[in-house]
Each structure stands twice: as C-alpha cells, then as structure tokens.
Design a protein. Sequence first.
Length: 284
Amino acid sequence: MYITDFAGRTAFVTGGASGIGLGIAKVLAQRGARVVIADLRSDHIDNALAQFAGGGRSNAVTALQLDVTSREAYAEAAARMQADFGGIDILVNNAGVGLEGPVLQATYADYDFGFGVNIGGVINGFVSFMPQMIAHGRGGHIVSTASLAAEVVMPAHLAIYAASKAAVCHYCEAVKDELGSHGLGVSILLPGPIKSNIHQAQQNRPEHLRIGSGFGESEAQLAQRQVGDSWMEPEEVGNMVADGILANRTYIVTHGIFKDWQRARAQAVLDATPDVADAAVRGI
C-alpha cells in the first residue's frame, strides 16, 4: 500500500511556505495531491498561497500556521487533518533551522533551539501523524529533511546543526522497516545548497530562546548570506522528492559535492572497527 501516485492523496508539508518545502508543495500539487502547507511564519504563508492563486490546483492547496516544536499545536493540526480529510497520506517533515555559531559560545538556548526544531519537530510529526496514517489503511509515506551536513564531519561552528540533522537520519533509518510493515514508506532528504530561507534562523527563534544565546552575532551575519545563483531550485528538489516517494527511496540526495568526504568518514569508522568480534559479544 505504498504511494504509487498522488491523485486523491493528502500531503502535509511543514516549513512548506518557502524554500525546499514550497518546492515540494508545488510539485505534489502539480502531480495531483491535495497539499496542506504548515509554516511558522504568516508572511511566508501569505506569499506561498499567492503563488498558487488562480492556478489549476489553487483550490487543492491550503495552509495553517504551526510551530513544529509545540506538541499541543501539532496534536491539534493532526486532529484537524483527521476531521477534514480522514487523515493524511504523505507527511513531509521539512521545517528546520540553519543554526550556526562558535561552539564555545553556545548555550542551552542554542542547543534547545537547534535540536528542538530540527529533530524535535520531526519526532512531533511522527508521533502526531503515524497513528492516523496506519489506522486509515490507505498506506502512505513520510519524508524527513536532514542535510548532507549530517553525513560528513563538519566544522565546529556547525556542530549543533549537523548533529541534529544526523539524528533525523538515524531515526528514519531505524524505523523504516517497522513502518513498512504497516504500509508506510520512509525517505530521508539530504540536500546540499538549495535556494531557501534556512539562513533566517534569527527571525524564527522564539523570544525565550533568544535570552542568553551565544549565537546572536553569528545569526545576524548568517541572515545577510546571499543565496547563490547556481544553487538548486526548490522545485527541482520537489521533483526529486516526489520521485523518491514513488520509489520508496530511503535516501534522496540532491548533490554529490561531499561524496569524497562521505566516503572518508565511512572509511575512518570501518578502519577503526575490529575485524574479529569481541569475545563477550560472541558469547551472547
């Protein structure tokens, strides 16, 4: 009962009002899905809905404001999807923050913000929507956005970001077989440089996690980052994700720029691994 086409399916896309999320939402709508855009920022939601207005699928796209770190808000969103659509078929856990700053200046506020959104938001999506996706018996798919930064050794100023995205990878890898037995496919999106607003972390940080942060200056500088003209278009990523859903592809990787670094990291772990199992383990 995996997803084989998008007609008549309902997709819920977090961080769906800009960047990668909006690119995915556009492609899924173009391919026949009903799309619910969930996003923290009302200004992004307004801009996103305006891009669908008047189009052939404009009536199939709706939006709601959602803070993915709020379990209560997520539960309310899931209940609304159950009431409105009989549950969703596709969950895209895309919301994330591109947190970076000097690791020696990082405080609990910075760790709570980075991990709260990047992995906490993903877990909230799974916990809120898995029950209804299994119960309705239509099958479905869950895509979670990690990052190529999760697959290589990153510099220290990206430690929180890379670690939170690595947690997304390991969680999704671990649950794929179990969810597959219930008709749910699982994919991990590992993007490289994409035209998005992920650098606007400072604007999305709640006030209580601004207090005591050691990343204020770094985030202000990050907000000035210019998106590269050569970076991938979000809708190109959207097509890769849509194809990955249909193929139940575990890894959806947008770029090969880190491939040598990925290989080096994997090889370093293998080189440090004994060829002979530990005697205590063999005795189990």
